[in-house]
Design a protein around this ligand. Structure first.
Ligand code: FAD
Length: 284
């Protein structure tokens, strides 16, 4: 089913994200996590695309496998280090695999990459997927602004171009303070962007995730979350519980404020997805 149809059909949509293995010997362990997460019957699961496209075959395979388990899937597809020919081949494969949803991304330029770039921005990929036809197309957006953008407003202008190129919905980068998301949403609507925006929530369950996560966002850790890390960061079980509780609280606030869908960056942690699903059992 297409994401836009899922969003029309339910008041509280829940989705989980998984990532493909980097090497073939890790496929079985990734797949068993995918099966465990799919058994929770989320409304959909999305499968990331390895930076540089190295694990792209697994993205197609896992997206197809999730559908075979009876759960809707979204395949991520990035373009920065691909040729137009590669992208078209990938679209054919995705169509043949029965994948109906694509999250169309630019991706980050791999370190040391020196080739010619056939794509500069995700909007070019979005336009190409749209012309190919038949897919529901998602795009990424950034409540705190994309790190390369000088202001949130210029980023939203570029986002409008991407949506106009053919995005049917957007999924946000993770954030840890819902007010940042609500403020972003009002700017997005003011810019004339009318597609659904799905907030992405990342449960931080280990202290060693923090530096990378906030480095990626380029933003400070909110004080409320900082206190959790200071108190529980060196106690793995306490940090896991507190991280899941923090993410759950964010999600409940989002649903309570009328947001119809929340995407969880569960990555391949089935136990985290399970705990979140249990916490929301009466809501979703
Ligand atoms: P774009 O929309 O192209 O934006 C990139 C930058 O260019 C922004 O600063 C934007 O403002 C600017 N820009 C856009 N258009 C123009 C224009 N016309 N003129 C000037 N500036 C412009 N990465 C992966 O490798 N694999 C994944 O599976 C993956 N999944 C993701 C899922 C989500 C929900 C999110 C939020 C990110 C994901 N990423 C993934 C990371 C993403 O690829 C990077 O954040 C990347 O740096 C930007 O990708 P984008 O699609 O947002 O790019």
């Amino acid at each position: 089913m297409k994401i836009t149809d899922i969003l029309k059909g339910k008041d509280a949509v829940l989705s989980f994200e998984v990532f493909p293995p980097k090497t073939s010997d890790k496929f079985e362990s990734v797949w068993s996590a995918v099966e465990e997460i799919a058994a929770l019957r989320p409304d959909f699961m999305s499968v990331t695309y390895g930076a540089g496209g190295g694990t792209s075959a697994y993205t197609v395979k896992i997206s197809q496998g999730i559908k075979a388990l009876g759960v809707n899937s979204v395949a991520h597809l990035s373009c920065i280090s691909s040729s137009r020919e590669d992208v078209n081949k990938k679209l054919v494969l995705l169509k043949e695999a029965g994948v109906e949803n694509i999250l169309a991304l630019r991706g980050d330029i791999p370190a040391g990459f020196t080739g010619n770039l056939e794509y500069k921005y995700a909007s070019e990929l979005v336009g190409e997927v749209k012309r190919f036809g038949g897919f529901c197309i998602g795009g990424a957006c950034y409540p705190e602004g994309h790190p390369e953008s000088s202001t949130i407003f210029s980023d939203i202008e570029n986002l409008k171009r991407k949506v106009d190129a053919g995005c049917d919905y957007l999924t946000t980068q993770m954030f840890f303070d819902n007010d940042i998301f609500y403020s972003f949403l009002s700017k997005v609507y003011s810019a004339g962007i009318n597609v659904p925006v799905i907030p992405g929530i990342m449960p931080i369950t280990r202290a060693n995730q923090i530096a990378r996560t906030f480095g990626l966002l380029g933003s400070p850790i909110p004080a409320k979350f900082r206190r959790i890390v200071d108190r529980f960061g060196d106690k793995p079980e306490a940090m896991r519980q507190a991280g899941v509780a923090y993410a759950t609280e964010q999600m409940i606030d989002l649903y309570a404020n009328g947001i119809r869908a929340v995407h969880v960056y569960s990555m391949n942690k089935a136990e985290v997805a399970r705990a979140i699903k249990a916490n929301l059992a009466g809501i979703i």
